[in-house]
Each structure stands twice: as C-alpha cells, then as structure tokens.
Design a protein around this ligand. Sequence first.
Ligand SMILES: NC(=O)C1=CN([C@@H]2O[C@H](COP(=O)(O)OP(=O)(O)OC[C@H]3O[C@@H](n4cnc5c(N)ncnc54)[C@H](OP(=O)(O)O)[C@@H]3O)[C@@H](O)[C@H]2O)C=CC1
Ligand SMILES: CC(C)(CO)C(=O)C(=O)O
Length: 347
Amino acid sequence: MRYVIIGAGAVGGTIAGRLAEAGKQVVLVARGAHRAALAEHGLRLRVPEGPLTFRPPVVESPAELGALRADDVLVLAVKTQDAESALRTWGPAPVEGGGTAAERLPLFCAQNGVESPRLALRRFRHVYGVCVWLPSTHVDPGVVGAAGSPLTGILHLGRHPHGVDDTVRRVAADLEKACFEAPVVPDVSRWQYAKLLSNLANALEAVSGPVGDPRAEALYAQVRAEGESVLRAAGIAYASTDEERAVRGDKITLVPLDGAPRGGGSSWQSLSRGTGTIEADHLNGEIVLLGRLHGVPTPLNELLQRLANEFARERRAPGSLPLPDLLRLADAAVAFLQDSRGPRSVA
Ligand SMILES: NC(=O)C1=CN([C@@H]2O[C@H](COP(=O)(O)OP(=O)(O)OC[C@H]3O[C@@H](n4cnc5c(N)ncnc54)[C@H](OP(=O)(O)O)[C@@H]3O)[C@@H](O)[C@H]2O)C=CC1
Ligand SMILES: CC(C)(CO)C(=O)C(=O)O
C-alpha cells in the first residue's frame, strides 16, 4: 500500500514521516511555502530520538501525481475548514485501471471533530474515521515536530460510521510498525465524540493561553458539561473519560524537542501561524449546532466559537485575552442566557 497524505502538516507530516521511517511508501500533498520547503529539503521531522529527514514525492494536486494506484490509501489531515475543498479536488482523481478515487480508494480522515467523515461520505464510498491523539507541531515550512515518547500517538481507527474491515486492519498494522498504537474499533465515532469534548478546550487555550490555571480548568469543565448535555440530548454515544484513560494511560510522555518547541494545541498553532482561519466552527461550533437542533443552550461554546473566529480573522496573537477578561465574558454570556429565559420570555 502507498499512503497519500493530503495535508502534510503537524499530524499528516508526522504520520507520513513515521510511515516512511517504517519503510512504507508515502506521497505528501502540501501547498505554498510548506510544499516548496518539502520539495527542496525533504520532510524534516523533529522527534524525541532526534531530527529525521525523509524525501518522499511532494505534490499539490492529483494532476501532478498522475493516476493514483489501486493500492493507494488516502489520508486526509487538513484542518476541517479545508476538508471540503480537498475532497472536491481528490475525489475525481483517476485511478489506474479505471474509476476515481472517490469510487475506489479508502479515505482515512485523521482529524479532530466529527464533521469530515460525514462530508467525505457525500463523495467517497470507503470512508474511515481516525480518532487522533497525536500532539504535534507545524514548526516551520518543511518542518514538523511530535514530542510523544515512547509512542508518537494513539490513533483509533474504524470504518465510518461503524464497522471494521480488512483495509482498516492493514492500515492499523502499518501504523503499529510506525510508532503508533492503532486500535481497530467497531465504533470509531464514539471515540471521536469523546475527543471532541476534549477539543472544546482548543479555543479556550487559543484565546487565553494554556488551561493550567484552576480558573481556566473550571471554565473548561463548564464548557465540557455543555457538550455532554448536548450529546446526551442528541442521543449520541461517546467514550467515557475512564475508557479514554484506560487506553491512553501514561503511554505517551511529552519530551522537549531540540529546535521544535510545542507551541500549544492545533488551534493555538493556527493563530500563531496567522493562517486567518481556525477550526472552532467545527469543534465548539459542532456543540452549538447540536444544541440548537436539540434545544440545549450552549452559551459558553458559542462565546468560545465567536472569540476564536475573531482572533483568527483579526490575526490576534494566541493567548492574548487575559483570563480574567475571558471569565467576565463567560459570566456575562451565562447571565444573559438566564435573563433571556427569565419571567419576560416565559410570559
Ligand atoms: N496538531 C495537533 O497536535 C493535532 C491536530 N489534530 C487535528 O488534525 C487535523 C490537522 O491538524 P494539524 O496537522 O495541526 O494542521 P496543520 O495546519 O499543521 O496541517 C494541515 C496542512 O494541510 C494543508 N492543507 C490544507 N488544505 C490543503 C490542500 N487542499 N492541499 C494541500 N495542503 C492543504 C495546510 O496548508 P496551509 O498551512 O497552507 O493551510 C497545512 O499545511 C485537524 O483536524 C486537527 O484538529 C488532532 C490531534 C492533534
Ligand atoms: C490535545 C491534542 C494535542 C491531542 O492530540 C489535540 O487534539 C490538538 O492539539 O488539537
């Protein structure tokens, strides 16, 4: 099998590098300065055992690659806001022997949130979800870092929306040879919804800094409680924190990397790289959407979605909203909701 990694950034680049290290064939799909640096210097991966360099082919579009191979596996690792456009580009790509990628090839969505596999199913027949526990950093054009040791990450895999087949077992076997733990599960979306609850903290971290402060922890607990209420109201199953802990345990320790400081989570990195977009519409925004569909108020997730989008649009520095200001805004959002549900609206 050959792995075509669409979006070879922090997660995609790390998966690509580790697979290449394990002797698997890999093609990188990248754009802009990152693509130019990958083509010139190779993929430079910073990992605990030291820097590694790989020189897989790099393309931006299917036309540059030529026909895909019948044994290609597509791995989608762009941020969710970029998924639709990548799917539109790669779905019609021809495959040797006839047919298109969308008809014939397996597509693994290695992303946070729950939206991309759903988008992918509109175009692709064989869609797989990946629940990605893989702290990684897009350090510079051409350079990605992953500080996890001794495992680089844990990737639950399964057919979307549920099920297991030979393809997923073969991909998991390759990932297991490449520094990942890759449990094959019949209910991958249950793991992805659990991960979504953790990723509700991404926006909080992006606007106000790491969630280490007890007041930030308390705010995150409320944000998560909104998410859990919404999932319960929607009848959506999610893995419990005990199940997650049992899988993750202390298998991954983050170690400092030479020349590749971990600059925060994936949303923090979107702000620090000034990309102008952020994934909040597909993380906190998923909870807001489900809340509206099922009649559950989500004032705190709405607030974080709005602030994260403002930060991205205005290219504000990550972490630059002082925590006391965020806490005041959060109190006001909850008070506004209580006022609007008070006697006047009931009358
Ligand atoms: N980073 C982390 O620690 C973790 C991230 N995740 C999730 O993984 C997913 C990927 O995140 P992450 O790796 O951090 O994101 P990155 O921004 O580091 O990587 C995504 C890459 O895809 C590129 N890209 C987007 N669209 C295209 C396209 N059409 N063709 C070619 N390249 C494209 C981006 O380019 P450009 O920069 O030009 O936009 C970028 O280089 C997200 O869902 C994230 O939430 C999950 C767990 C951990
Ligand atoms: C929390 C973390 C690092 C886990 O993989 C993540 O999902 C992210 O940065 O978006």
